[in-house]
Design a protein around this ligand. Structure first.
Ligand SMILES: *[C@@H]1O[C@H](CO)[C@@H](O)[C@H](O)[C@H]1NC(C)=O
Ligand SMILES: *[C@@H]1O[C@H](CO)[C@@H](O)[C@H](O)[C@H]1NC(C)=O
Ligand SMILES: *[C@@H]1O[C@H](CO)[C@@H](O)[C@H](O)[C@H]1NC(C)=O
Ligand SMILES: *[C@@H]1O[C@H](CO)[C@@H](O)[C@H](O)[C@H]1NC(C)=O
Ligand SMILES: *[C@@H]1O[C@H](CO)[C@@H](O)[C@H](O)[C@H]1NC(C)=O
Ligand SMILES: *[C@@H]1O[C@H](CO)[C@@H](O)[C@H](O)[C@H]1NC(C)=O
Length: 934
């Protein structure tokens, strides 16, 4: 007990300096983890390592014999620098193929004697020299072994050269290759994106290297630790511009109409951060912040429509924020942001040339919603955070991805808050990361943040690391660390100095505290009994009967920093709370949910908290109001408390006007909707929610002067959307007419739209749900004609709202045709359809029927792929559906599930839990809603 340090509420952003050393803290942690892992590796009983320490993953019985059968490069050669020249052709060749050609010279040093050169190369046709796929020369007159044999290994994506004699340690050599590849529309490596402008098809050559696609652009040592300097040259048509990570230093006409653009040598960097683009895009730029050139690139029309202005407005300030936060100037000479019509992820932090989906960078002041604007701000903020953390300081291997993405996912809120201080955006981490990941991390099939290096080998395993645990739990755990260290210390500290900070009494070293959060999966529920004063912790599992078969060295216990208050007065923070907390007063723990855990209390205290909500909800912060709702609903799911206690937390909502608690409630009630919207419970549920949402609907009707304007507050704008959407689904009088009126008006006169951008998604979806083929076809026409990506995206989502089965089936078929739905959007469109109660069984049939096609197209590495499985199985709650799911798994074992493998296991687990939950709760839920709705 004794002294505890205090987190001042006034810790402002002004104190967020010195972050070069914050990196050091976190890197120190990660080094510690490496040691931890090394220890684990030595343990013989876990059976996952052989004596040489070479990777033999537990899931693959296959034991590699040859060095080229291993997914990891041998440690004998390290690259120093590359010359890479690429020439993409934006017109198809005689065979109708888009191609690129290129040549590369890589200087590498031999650090361990070997007669093998193994380098990544995938889907490249290599020119042969004297029958071999490459040429080898020496640097500085070194003797060069001759090549005996060269061959390609498709499975591990290698080019292998066997030499007649050994390379000498300490000597550098140069490997020359010449190659030809397809500039496919597959969104991987060097690929092509298309769009139309003035009715003309335009082709853009662009790239996505993370995680393992640089090898598809040129032969390279394609692992993050294999950093090198890259001298890039791009050959392109004179009418286009070529972009890469560095500034262009020379551009000469070399025979009409070809231009040769060379770029300054890059910093030493990882291959996954390279970017090459050839395009007819235009840019807007500013250099007002210091001498740094900041540019926003997009289609000419988008730039002319001023859709890049907002991004340009915020990029400079966010960069300045990070320079102060990291106490290090931006490492490069320019920062380009470019919006691409076809892009698989949301955005990619290529060093100096960040690529985005159009919806993540472009903002139209007239057509875009507040949500669109917030997305632009947070995505830019996330990617720019990586310019230091991730790009300058890079993790050794993909198993530590969580540090990279978790850190960026946490500080993106700080950067965005700096750019838009009135939005109170830092609170939203609760909804978008903490609560989101609690849901996943409460399953027995979850996994620790940190994985052992030898558990992550092939591209599908690497791709699987890009998941909610890495991003959101990473963010939540780092935020907790920052909160208990205090933000300035977090930003400053080497772990050594942290232990020595006067007045800071931690129960153990930072390293040991954090190991509990990173090396074991899950999180605790802290139970406070105000009658006895006892405080305990327990691993929180959503399904109490699920079996955790993953052992933890910490037995699923954590060092829990508990910030709490009593009758509105903040108390001293405890670690694992030994002191008694008793009496008549209400107690609330985990203030602002700064800790990554849930809280439960004795019933008396729950009653006190509920009555506080009903009488004076503003006595608690919005975050804690949301927490009470989210915790109780999840505790009830886990059978720790009664379901009706959770439902009771929604009663006060008729007085609630704030977004975060409402959003939290709606997300939790969404589970009830999903479980019951095909049952008799739905009528009573609808009647109750109608009663609860009505006052909010009326409130917005008044403050918007009968829907003629939008509220001024940032989150009020979001809550207005909730109010309208929910009121329409629950049948509040006046809502349907309001929506249909707007939509009909729009159908009659499409330009300009009478619907406010904030409300478009909701209005489109509801109007299409209420309507038929006429409303749908109109939306389709507007979708095909949309010049703003976020408008197209809302329409694409809204078209999935129709209740007409043949329209839904036709729409599913459209996802197979890239001229109708872009490949990047196919899986998310199927997900939208699955969200609809009528669409769900149709989408399920569709995915089962087309599994091998869908898998081939998207299965190998796409982030969205596991989301597809989640989306389709969300409603599954019957024994029959569980059997179908298991059969699907069996039937497709030969095809495989790629990056959705884990998602499928989770779906089976969740379905099992849903079945139990519905069986146990249906009767009382029906009773409660029936009683409360009258
Ligand atoms: C790339 O350029 C740097 C700087 O000019 C140079 O030191 C390096 O040798 C070049 N790399 C190759 C492969 O020639
Ligand atoms: C890389 O390109 C530069 C400039 O063209 C050239 O001087 C140098 O020799 C090249 N390096 C190698 C290893 O080919
Ligand atoms: C690469 O070579 C194979 C076999 O010759 C050929 O089928 C393929 O079309 C070539 N790739 C490209 C992009 O030309
Ligand atoms: C960008 O900033 C300028 C100057 O502050 C402002 O006038 C303009 O409205 C901003 N643009 C957007 C889209 O926010
Ligand atoms: C974990 O639990 C086991 C058995 O209950 C016990 O032997 C062991 O000491 C515990 N370890 C820790 C770190 O608490
Ligand atoms: C398509 O959009 C253009 C302007 O963006 C507009 O002039 C035209 O009328 C639209 N076509 C339809 C069918 O709405």
């Amino acid at each position: 007990m004794g002294k505890v340090y205090y987190v001042s509420k006034n810790v402002g952003l002004g104190l967020l300096v010195l972050a070069a050393t914050a990196l050091a803290t976190i890197i120190a942690l990660s080094i510690a983890y490496d040691k931890e892992r090394a220890k684990n590796r030595d343990k013989p009983e876990d059976g996952t390592s052989d004596s040489t320490g070479m990777p033999t993953p537990p899931t693959t019985p296959f034991i590699p014999k040859e060095p080229w059968d291993h997914y990891r490069l041998p440690e004998s050669l390290v690259p120093v620098s590359y010359n890479v020249t690429l020439w993409p052709r934006l017109e198809p060749n005689a065979d109708g193929l888009y191609i690129f050609t290129g040549h590369s010279a890589v200087v590498f040093r031999c650090v361990k004697e070997t007669d093998l050169i193994i380098i990544h190369s995938n889907k490249l046709n290599l020119t042969t020299f004297n029958g071999h796929h490459a040429k080898l020369s020496g640097l500085g007159g070194a003797a060069v072994p001759t090549i005996q044999k060269s061959f390609l290994i498709v499975k591990t994506e290698y080019l292998v050269l066997q030499l007649r004699s050994r390379l000498a340690v300490g000597t550098s050599y140069v490997l020359h290759t010449e190659f030809l590849g397809e500039l496919a529309d597959d969104l991987e490596g060097f690929y092509r994106s298309e769009y139309t402008d003035d009715g003309m098809k335009r082709v853009v050559a662009t790239s996505q290297m993370q995680a393992t696609y640089a090898r598809k652009a040129f032969p390279c040592f394609d692992e993050p630790a294999m950093k090198a300097v890259f001298n890039i040259t791009i050959i392109h048509n004179s009418a286009t511009v070529a972009l890469s990570n560095g500034r262009d230093i020379d551009s000469v006409i070399d025979g009409v109409p070809v231009r040769v653009t060379t770029f300054e040598p890059t910093e030493r960097m990882s291959t996954y951060l390279l970017a090459f683009i050839v395009t007819d895009f235009v840019n807007i730029q500013s250099t007002q912040n210091s001498n740094l050139l900041v540019r926003i690139w997009a289609r000419r029309k988008a730039i002319n429509d001023r859709q890049g202005d907002y991004a340009l407005n915020v990029t400079g300030p966010i960069l300045q924020f990070y320079e102060r936060y990291y106490n290090a100037s931006y490492p490069l000479s320019k920062s380009d942001q470019i919006a691409l019509p076809d892009f698989n992820a949301g955005a990619m932090e290529n060093w100096g040339l960040v690529t985005y989906r159009e919806t993540a960078l472009l903002y139209d002041p007239i057509m875009s919603s507040t949500g669109n604007k917030e997305r632009v701000t947070t995505v830019i903020s996330h990617e720019l955070a990586h310019m230091w953390f991730g790009n300058l300081v890079t993790l050794q291997w993909w198993n530590d991805l969580w540090l990279n993405e978790g850190f960026a996912s946490y500080v993106e809120y700080l950067g965005a808050d700096y750019a838009e201080p009135t939005w109170k955006i830092k609170d939203q981490i609760l909804l978008y990361d903490v609560h989101k990941v609690f849901a996943v991390d409460a399953l027995a099939s979850s996994h620790p943040l940190s994985r052992r290096e030898d558990e992550v080998n092939d591209p599908a395993q690497i791709s699987e690391m890009f998941n909610t645990i890495s991003y959101s739990k990473g963010a939540a755990v780092l935020r907790m660390l920052s909160e208990f260290l205090t933000e300035p210390v977090f930003a400053k500290g080497l772990s050594v100095s942290i232990e020595n900070t006067p007045g800071m009494h931690l129960p153990d070293t930072v390293h040991n505290i954090m190991n509990h959060w990173t090396l074991q999966m899950g999180f605790p529920v802290v139970t406070i009994d105000t009658r006895t004063g006892s405080i305990t912790q327990k691993h929180f599992l959503l399904d109490p009967e699920s079996v955790v078969d993953r052992p933890s060295q910490f037995n699923y216990t954590w060092f829990v920093p508990v910030k709490w208050m009593k009758t509105g007065v903040e108390q001293q923070q405890y670690w694992l709370l030994q002191k008694t907390v008793s009496g008549e007063d209400w107690v609330l723990a985990n203030i602002n949910v700064s800790g990554y855990f849930r809280v439960n209390y004795d019933l008396d205290n729950w009653d006190r908290l509920l009555s506080l909500l009903n009488t004076d909800h503003q006595a608690l912060s919005v975050i804690n109001r949301a927490q009470i709702i989210d915790d109780t609903f999840n505790l009830a799911r886990a059978k720790i408390i009664h379901t009706t206690l959770a439902l009771r937390t929604t009663k006060y909502l008729s007085n609630e006007r704030e977004y975060i608690p409402w959003e939290s409630a709606l997300r939790n009630l969404d589970y009830y909707i999903l479980m019951f919207d095909r049952t008799e419970v739905y009528g009573a549920l609808q009647a109750y929610l109608k009663k609860q949402i009505q006052p909010l609907f009326e409130y917005f009707k008044i403050i918007t002067a009968d829907w003629t304007r939008v509220p001024t507050g940032h989150t009020d704008q979001y809550n207005q959307i909730n109010a309208v959407g929910m009121a329409c689904s629950m049948g509040v009088e006046g809502c349907r007419e309001l929506i249909q009126g707007w939509y009909r008006q729009w159908m009659k006169n499409p330009h300009p739209s009478p619907i406010h951008p904030n409300l478009k998604s909701t209005v489109y979806c509801a109007a299409i749900a209420f309507g038929g083929v006429e409303e749908w076809d109109f939306a389709w026409r507007m979708f095909k004609n949309a010049t703003l990506a976020s408008e197209a995206s809302r329409l694409r989502s809204a078209m999935a709202c129709t209740k007409v089965p043949w329209l839904l089936n036709r729409y599913l078929d459209y996802t197979l045709d890239p001229t109708k739905i872009r490949k990047q959007d196919a899986t998310s469109t199927i997900q939208y359809i699955a969200r609809n109660v009528v669409g769900m069984p149709l989408a399920w049939n569709f995915v089962r029927a087309k599994w091998s096609y869908i898998f081939q197209q998207y299965g190998k590495a796409s982030f969205s792929f596991s989301n597809l499985i989640h989306a389709i199985t969300r409603r599954f709650s019957s024994e029959f559906e569980l059997q179908e799911l298991k059969k699907f798994k069996e039937d497709n074992l030969h095809v495989g599930f790629g990056s959705a493998t884990l998602a499928l296991e989770q779906a089976i687990e969740k379905t099992t839990a849903n079945i139990k939950w519905v069986t146990e709760n249906k009767a009382q839920v029906l009773k409660w809603f029936t009683e409360e709705s009258t």
